[in-house]
Design a protein around this ligand. Structure first.
Ligand SMILES: Nc1ncnc2c1ncn2[C@@H]1O[C@H](COP(=O)(O)OP(=O)(O)OP(=O)(O)O)[C@@H](O)[C@H]1O
Ligand SMILES: [Mg+2]
Length: 367
């Protein structure tokens, strides 16, 4: 998507505020979506994701700000004139119509001639692999098939922006995975600018070019899934995207030449790669230690850099990984051990070694 970075974004939101009565639920946000990009609004329940999506689609009025789609200010346009299509969580399909009638509904409303509607509907059904289901009634479809019909219907008029609000939440876990891959594949193939909403951080990371992480009506961070996961801007984001062990510390020294900082904690000193420019000696930091980044081993007692001795409290073997909890002093650490070949030995171990990687992200504490 980098080649699009210099191009003007397809969708620009400028300082959007939304009040319900006296309650401000969107507090001044300005996210942008590039052409052909899939951007996901993600955040805890009630943070304003659906509201923001509805504001873009025109189903709710903004209190102030501007919405610009492909260079045109669309604030005052009704939903049907906005060139956006929204796909709601419950699909909102017409139960008394067939699959083909549902998919062709928008085309009929727009007074397309019958033969063109038929051709376009056929094309859309092929795209979502439902070409054999055109005459089927909606209530005779599985959840995943209904999801595809809703998707095809939303795409029928080739909107400039596709808005998807928790489109997978009615599906069971396995189908969710399949459908999110399908949506992503289609979205990339059609190069359609898409705003996706979910409260599921894993789904968000898996499907998106970039994430907009929200909290209480504000944007906390915008970035690629890798940026958000590996370099979260604050504690809230670090804890929201995946599990995390936080360790309190202070910068004891900085070596610019080897790009290493030493962090002093109550558990000992750690050498960490220097990746930020804003750190100074004496700064308070929070180490963001991901469970899968820690290595566990059995040879406890050897004194090595970045290695701590701990007590193994639980070891839950689940085939591809083992979920462990280890007490290091009074600190409970959650550790994921992938490909746990030594499970038999760990199951009976008491003392273990915990190695903190040099790649740990450091959050500078506010003074
Ligand atoms: N029509 C409404 N009238 C008054 N308050 C509303 C209305 N719609 C939403 N809100 C409030 O606005 C806030 C944001 O709601 P929104 O539905 O956007 O959250 P969300 O991020 O989509 O949450 P979820 O993950 O639960 O779907 C909430 O506090 C909600 O109670
Ligand atoms: Mg919602």
């Amino acid at each position: 998507m980098d080649m699009n970075a210099t191009e003007k974004p397809m969708l620009i939101l400028k300082d959007i505020h939304k009040f319900y009565g006296k309650n401000e639920v969107i507090k001044g946000v300005s996210p942008e979506v590039r052409r052909g990009e899939l951007v996901t609004f993600v955040g805890p329940s009630g943070c304003g994701k659906t509201t923001l999506l509805r504001l873009i689609g025109g189903f709710t009025d903004i209190s102030s700000g501007d919405i610009i789609l492909d260079g045109q200010r669309i604030n005052d346009l009704p939903p049907n004139l906005r060139d956006t299509r929204i796909c709601f969580q419950n699909y909102a399909l017409f139960p008394h119509m067939t699959v083909a009638e549902n998919v062709g509904y928008g085309l009929k409303i727009n007074k397309w001639p019958k033969d063109r509607i038929n051709a376009r509907v056929r094309e859309l059904l092929e795209m979502v692999e439902l070409e054999a289901f055109g005459e089927r009634m909606i209530d005779k479809l599985s959840g995943g098939q209904q999801q595809r019909v809703a998707f095809a219907r939303a795409l029928s008029l080739e909107p400039k922006a596709l808005l998807l609000d928790e489109p997978l939440s009615n599906l069971d876990a396995n189908l969710r995975l399949v459908m999110r891959e399908e949506i992503r594949k289609l979205q990339e193939r059609l190069h359609i600018t898409t705003v996706f909403v979910t409260h599921d951080q894993f789904e968000a990371m898996a499907i998106s070019d970039r994430l907009v992480v929200m909290k209480d009506g504000l944007i906390e961070q915008v970035g690629t899934p890798i940026e958000i996961y590996e370099r979260p801007a604050n504690e809230f984001i670090a804890a929201f995207v995946g599990y995390v062990n936080f360790m309190d510390g202070r910068i004891a020294s900085i070596d610019e030449k080897t790009r290493t900082v030493v962090v002093d904690t109550q558990y000992g000193k750690f050498e960490i790669n220097l990746e930020q420019e804003d750190l100074r000696n004496g700064d308070g930091v929070l180490m963001v230690v991901r469970p899968e980044s820690v290595s566990l081993s059995l040879d406890c007692g050897v004194n090595r850099q970045n290695v701590l001795c701990g007590t193994l409290k639980t070891y839950m073997y689940a085939g591809s990984l083992a979920k462990c909890t280890v007490m290091v002093g009074d600190k409970k650490m959650i550790i994921d051990q992938y490909n746990p070949r030594d499970a038999v030995h760990f199951k009976h171990a008491e003392k273990v070694e915990v190695e903190i990687p040099r790649s740990v992200h450091l959050l500078k504490k506010k003074k």
